[in-house]
Ligand binder design. Structure first.
Ligand code: DC
Length: 214
């Protein structure tokens, strides 16, 4: 399968870069963070205890999550805006640490790739766990200051609060037991701190063309 895995911490520019890599390569784009966000929203809507791994896992298996290029649907309802709220930012890394949730999400992500004949898949564990045979693995990162500034530029908010929220999420995502955020041994590490999106996209597309040709 032609899979380009793009992993990295919050605010590194993964979605913007992955969308443009998708356009340049013709591979479809999948935002796996949006899938976890939909489960977090379902947990919030049903007032389920976020720390109850079995109950949250059951929700992850039961809900219908459809992620399109720019839109997310939960049980048929458009939730594109709701899943980006600060409340969901606070919940998502907690529910994403539960193994039953990750098992359900991984299965859906692999099915999506089979149905779409490959893709540009962005997340935290795509190269390490979900698609260990991806033909290209990128670990996209940037300094904490740059990531916080970019998030404020995208979604507004106050820089100190946004920095603290990103730091909390980085901590939970990289210290969890099940598939923590870390670069896979065979990934290309790309630091986007001092570079434009166009430069980063061009670098990734050049790597892809090299490996895709064999
Ligand atoms: O990319 P994002 O900020 O929308 O991701 C939201 C959260 O989902 C992130 O903090 C951790 C979790 N996540 C994950 O655990 N594994 C993935 N493959 C993608 C996201």
């Amino acid at each position: 399968m032609r899979v380009i895995a793009i992993d990295g911490p919050a605010g590194a520019g993964k979605s913007t870069v992955a969308r443009q890599v998708s356009t340049a390569t013709g591979l479809r784009y999948l935002d796996t963070g949006a899938m976890y966000r939909c489960v977090a929203l379902a947990v919030q809507q049903t007032s389920t205890d976020v720390h109850d791994a079995d109950a949250v896992g059951q929700i992850a298996r039961d809900v219908a999550v459809v992620i399109e290029r720019d839109a997310a649907k939960l049980n048929g309802v458009d939730v594109t805006t709701e899943i980006r709220s600060s409340e969901i930012n606070g919940l998502v890394s907690i529910i994403a640490a539960h193994t039953p949730v990750r098992d359900a999400m991984r299965e859906q992500q692999r099915r999506w790739i089979r149905d779409h004949n490959g893709g540009v898949v962005e997340g935290r564990d795509i190269g390490t766990v979900v698609f260990p045979d991806a033909i290209l693995k990128v670990f996209l990162t940037a300094s904490p200051e740059v990531r916080a500034e970019r998030r404020v530029g995208q979604t507004g908010g106050e820089i100190q609060a946004v920095s603290a929220s990103i730091a909390e999420r980085d901590h939970l995502d990289s210290t969890r037991i099940d598939s923590p955020l870390k670069p896979s041994d065979d990934s290309v590490i790309v630091d986007s701190s001092d570079r434009t999106i166009e430069e980063v996209v061009a670098e990734i597309v050049a790597y892809f063309e090299r490996v895709d040709r064999g």
